[in-house]
Design a protein around this ligand. Structure first.
Ligand code: VGL
Ligand code: ZN
Length: 205
């Protein structure tokens, strides 16, 4: 049983969004095609309250890109993004959601960020995604979406740690590249940990 996880394909992560990932929207046609090749499709949704601790504006004197301490964890500060009730939090209209069986929101606790779709950044609370996939009999997890160097990366690493055979579909993901080369670094790290890096054509063929 193979599952496809669509990570954070939301307005704030595409061109024009608050935390725009370069070329973020260009993955959508490929992601839509890929869905037809999977038994199960699920989506994660970055889903912050307005007072979330990952927003630079909630730390007077600090700017996006700076790192602070958030309840004992290092936290990169981001522009305000994916706030519940705003358009930025919505899935991009062109993304086919018909096959998506369940949505897993994350980043809802203002005191801790959650890059992975499985756990918060402190690995304290599970979103339920791991148990859900296991109950469905999933053995292989394929990860696509935004952003390769943050939420896609940590979702893939947690999938691997939970015992799933884990794949990153490279061309169906895009990254932030806060520092030049971050995406390549993330892919190398995933590869080194045992995530299989593949191209969409190997699945669509
Ligand atoms: C993400 C930074 C902050 C992501 C979410 O979806 O990769 N990155 N929140
Ligand atoms: Zn976020």
């Amino acid at each position: 049983m193979k599952a496809l996880i669509l990570v954070d394909i939301q307005y704030d992560f595409i061109s024009g969004g608050a935390l725009a990932v370069p070329e973020g929207e260009t993955i959508i046609p490929t992601v839509n095609q890929l869905q037809q090749h999977f038994d199960l499709v699920i989506a994660t949704q970055d889903f912050h309250p307005a007072d979330h601790g990952s927003f630079a504006t909630n730390h007077p004197g600090k700017n996006p890109g700076e790192v602070t301490d958030l309840n004992g964890l290092p936290q990169i500060l981001w522009p305000v993004h994916c706030v519940q009730g705003t358009r930025g939090v919505d899935f991009v209209e062109e993304l086919n959601m018909e096959k998506v069986e369940k949505i897993f929101p994350k980043g809802t606790d203002k005191g801790i960020d959650s890059y992975s779709g499985f756990f918060d950044n402190g690995h304290k609370k599970a979103t339920g995604l791991g148990d859900y996939l296991k109950e469905k009999g999933v053995k292989e997890v394929f990860v696509v979406g935004l952003a390769t160097d943050y939420c896609v990366k940590f979702t893939a690493l947690d999938a691997l740690e939970l015992g799933f055979e884990t794949y990153l579909i490279k061309d169906a993901s895009r990254g932030v590249n806060l520092q030049p080369g971050d995406v390549e670094k993330a892919i190398k790290e995933l590869d080194g940990q045992g995530v299989k890096i593949v191209e969409s054509k190997s699945i669509l063929a």
